[in-house]
Design a protein around this ligand. Sequence first.
Ligand SMILES: *[C@@H]1O[C@H](CO)[C@@H](O)[C@H](O)[C@H]1NC(C)=O
Ligand SMILES: *[C@@H]1O[C@H](CO)[C@@H](O)[C@H](O)[C@H]1NC(C)=O
Ligand SMILES: *[C@@H]1O[C@H](CO)[C@@H](O)[C@H](O)[C@H]1NC(C)=O
Length: 316
Amino acid sequence: MLINDVTVLVAVVTSMLGESPLYGVNPCCVVRLLPSRQTTASCGIQAITPRAPADPSTAIVGGVPANPHSWPWAAQLKIQDYHFCGATLIHPEWVLTAAHCISEGYSSEIQVHLGSHWMNEIDFGKEQQIGVGSVVQHEFYDSTTLENDIAMLKLAEPATSTDYVNIACLPDSTTYYNPGTEGVVVGWGEDNGTSVDNTVLNQVVVPVIDVDICNNTQTMNGTIEDGMFCAGYAEGGKDSCQGDSGGPYQVLRGDGAWELYGVVSWGFGCAEPNSPGVYTHVPTYIDWIYENIAASSNVNVPSLLMLSVMIVWQFW
Ligand SMILES: *[C@@H]1O[C@H](CO)[C@@H](O)[C@H](O)[C@H]1NC(C)=O
Ligand SMILES: *[C@@H]1O[C@H](CO)[C@@H](O)[C@H](O)[C@H]1NC(C)=O
Ligand SMILES: *[C@@H]1O[C@H](CO)[C@@H](O)[C@H](O)[C@H]1NC(C)=O
């Protein structure tokens, strides 16, 4: 595999210095608890209408700036105010991202920015900046083949649902979109000079590509594994790129809600012909996602039981 040519779509953290002021954090923390599986219609709906996905193109290669806050589950991961990856809010306390975005040692420094539009500025009154409580990187993530390129970050405190911050819908384990299905990728990553404004969230439409075509010798030459899918155009020109990693590939469902189908993972270059973007296939990992959410929320049950036993014992 041409591993040296692989563009792992993470921006290099070049600046580890500088202040990390606290701003834009909404102190309120009243969030409705979700059932263990998403069953309500509140996911995947925007208060602010997105730009029509079919808009002709003008960081994301070949995309257009998004309407501000029209993708309210799109999150930025920053260290010391430096954007390095995207993520998606899937639960009031969890964002989903790519495993390759998470390196040992830095997880406690990661700040998740929700309700953001500008890459390097704070959208006052709209943006929520929340630290990371814990990180779950997929136990079988392979940094050579990029198999199982998926990770979850538990927020240090729940996000607040607003017009600017909402969760994306999650697919079922059996969800499958046929080749040609158009998904929207959003991100703050590199645009290779194609966007009129790449300092804000950009969006691009890329269709799902048949996995056998994507895996053939003329295209990705046997590097596509189970749990990945490809999206893009044979002629290139539109793609995700460095800094978009971890961000959402989302499909509009029949019921009008947006569903997270992929996580931006890797590619050879960006938007080159016969070199589509490769995404982690979220339905493959959906049970893993729910198991991690459940395991984390159950952690305190025994200690709470123990505490109540102790309190009862003390008063008895
Ligand atoms: C495709 O992969 C095979 C096996 O890894 C390798 O020998 C071949 O050179 C590759 N072809 C191209 C066009 O990269
Ligand atoms: C892609 O091709 C490789 C090499 O032939 C194969 O091992 C792998 O299973 C294929 N991937 C998929 C998803 O079929
Ligand atoms: C950027 O654009 C140039 C010219 O349009 C192209 O040659 C190059 O391959 C592109 N680079 C990436 C990383 O897409």
